[in-house]
Design a protein. Structure first.
Length: 181
């Protein structure tokens, strides 16, 4: 399936970035390596997030950090939809650290909401990438007994894409599972 190949390649790129494996791998080597990964990925949900404007005091004078700035962005609303989880986002906060050269962003997103079956949830997302696209890790806290056990105990990896107007963000989440156990 094309999505599985894409995610496997994405996972491989993330592993290579984190552990220093050379990124100059030939396409055929990448395909062979990606198909031999010891885990499966499964699409679990998409998230659409509506962003608000940061308080004017922070846009005029953002929080200074070594090498860049942090501009907290309020999350006004959103939805989670997919085969594993559906819900409404009620609020949250995105706190991207944007570095001086504008090519790297370290993102943290916290979302709060209610699942379609009435359970409150919290999503905590952290990652890295360019200002428009990041790769992230998602942690989910939600009730629901065994219904959401895989999401609570699993590793969700995602791609985050910001709209060019910076008023919305889309997220595609994939559950990573070890298929050798």
């Amino acid at each position: 399936m094309r999505t599985s190949s894409f995610v496997a390649g994405l996972c491989l790129s993330l592993v290579q970035c984190c552990y220093g494996t050379p990124l100059s791998v030939e396409r055929s080597e990448l395909a062979t390596t990606a198909s031999a990964l010891p885990f499966n990925t499964t699409y679990v949900f998409s998230v659409a997030i509506g962003l608000g404007q940061p308080p004017s005091t922070l846009t005029q004078k953002p929080i200074t950090i070594p090498g860049g700035v942090v501009v907290p962005e309020p999350i006004l609303n959103g939805t989670v939809s997919g085969p594993a989880f559906n819900g409404t986002i009620l609020s949250g906060l995105a706190t991207p650290a944007i570095y001086e050269n504008q090519t790297l962003q370290v993102v943290t997103i916290d979302l709060y909401g209610v699942s379609s079956d009435g359970y409150p949830f919290r999503i905590h997302e952290t990652g890295i990438g360019s200002i428009s696209t990041q790769i992230t890790h998602i942690e989910i806290e939600i009730g629901g007994g065994d219904k959401y056990k895989k999401l609570r105990n699993g590793f969700v990896m995602a791609t985050v894409n910001a709209a060019t107007d910076r008023k919305s963000v889309s997220v595609m989440g994939y559950l990573v599972q070890n298929h050798r156990t």
